[in-house]
Design a binder for this molecule. Sequence first.
Ligand code: NAD
Length: 487
Amino acid sequence: MIPFEKLTAPTRLYINGEYQDAEGGARFDNINPATGESLGQVAKGTATDIDRAVKAARAAFESSTWANLAAADRERLLHRLADMIEHNTDTLAALETYDTGKPFGDARKIDLPLSVQTLRYYAGWPTKLRGETVPVRGPFLTYTIREPIGVIGQIVPWNFPLFMAVMKLAPALAAGNTVVLKPAEQTPLTALYLGQFLAEVGFPPGVVNIVSGMGTEAGEALINHPGVDKIAFTGSTGTGQHIMRQAAGTLKRISLELGGKSPHIIFADADLKAAMRAVGAAIFYNQGEVCIAGSRLFVEKPLYEQALEAATQAAARLKVGDPFAEDTRVGALVSEQHWKRVDEYVKLGVSEGARVVAGGAPADVGGRGYFYQPTVLAGVTNNMRVAQEEIFGPVLAVIPFEDEADLLAQANDSQYGLAAGLWTQNLGKAHRIARALKAGTVYINAYGMMDPAAPFGGYKMSGLGRENGEEGIAMYTEIKTVWTSLK
Ligand code: NAD
């Protein structure tokens, strides 16, 4: 374990290529959720700081050093940024662990490689981002150009702080935009750390600005700033709806990655052993603080008791503990507030008639920190609040179903539509159900994979737009159509 003091994490705003204090020296306490103690104070960006950052981003967008930079040179910068992150994997993973409470092993093996892969994937795009010639009527040469949108405000959550930041930065920069990034107040450290790398690899000042602070202050200022052309947001559905309303004023472009309550489905003909291995990871990995968590487990009736027993055992087996201990599988929840909310949901489930068959209470890890036991609720019906609302913690609701029709009616009966998983050995059924599920991602005999090449996003109230893949960069561009007379 690397002592926190050794990590020398920057805690000031990164604006116009320099670390700076927030207006008036405002700062806030950054809590380590595994201990409940402060890791120190971090700059608390205000509306004035956001304004400075937006102006720096605008100036950079219009400066020739960025606007005229060859696409191949943008690629080089992105690859160099990926190299810096890769070379600093241990430091960044440790910072992520201190900030989020997630197991260090997971941060190292999952968050960091995903961040690097995403940067490398989008580093390949600048030289491939092409327009088209259009076969119009008349004597014209008509073609399209893909142009950057301008200044992008990016707001990210606390569950995968670095990866979420990179998932937003990489396509926006590849397309030639400039950015003001606001990390979540619970987890500002790894995003702020990026400032050093950005400067070192040679991004011109102002191309990326990072302003830590509160959602209701810095975030609010960013979404309302008239100098911001687009907001890219990942977070709760409620905040997403608010952003959509606010964006109407200046018709800002928006893309939203929001909540989920994803169905994970086991048919009676599934390979139950393989399915159950995935079921545990799908809900308990990252303490259940995963937007695509398989939080509703639907089991076809003949297998229900067996699957429930397996889920119960899987939950009980997982070691909850010090995020830096090697055998820890479940770390701390991100904050005291979130920890209490998860516990309230479990109590609500019980009051709605659900039965706790595993966990169901905070976990004691040295008498401190915000740990929660992996929890399984049986006797859940899909109309209960614990089956409809996103808990975003290690809580699995197990629900039986009769047949395909019953399954589809229940699985699709949700305001969300982010992901779904299904287990069956019948190929035709697998694809039939995959088509019928209203979700942006469907896993067949698998669950939870993410790849920068594979589009990702939500149906219904899980979001707007798709990140990753070609769609992920297209949404950071405007298309310009040019008509040229051939007369
Ligand atoms: P949240 O919406 O409160 O916060 C997310 C971010 O928005 C933070 O940076 C926060 O500071 C900022 N914010 C909050 N209020 C704001 C406002 N009024 N104006 C501007 N910015 C504001 O979400 P949370 O509860 O902290 O995060 C968990 C949620 O994120 C879950 O619901 C989860 O599903 C969702 N999430 C979704 C995905 C996805 O890809 N779909 C990924 C991770 C998390």
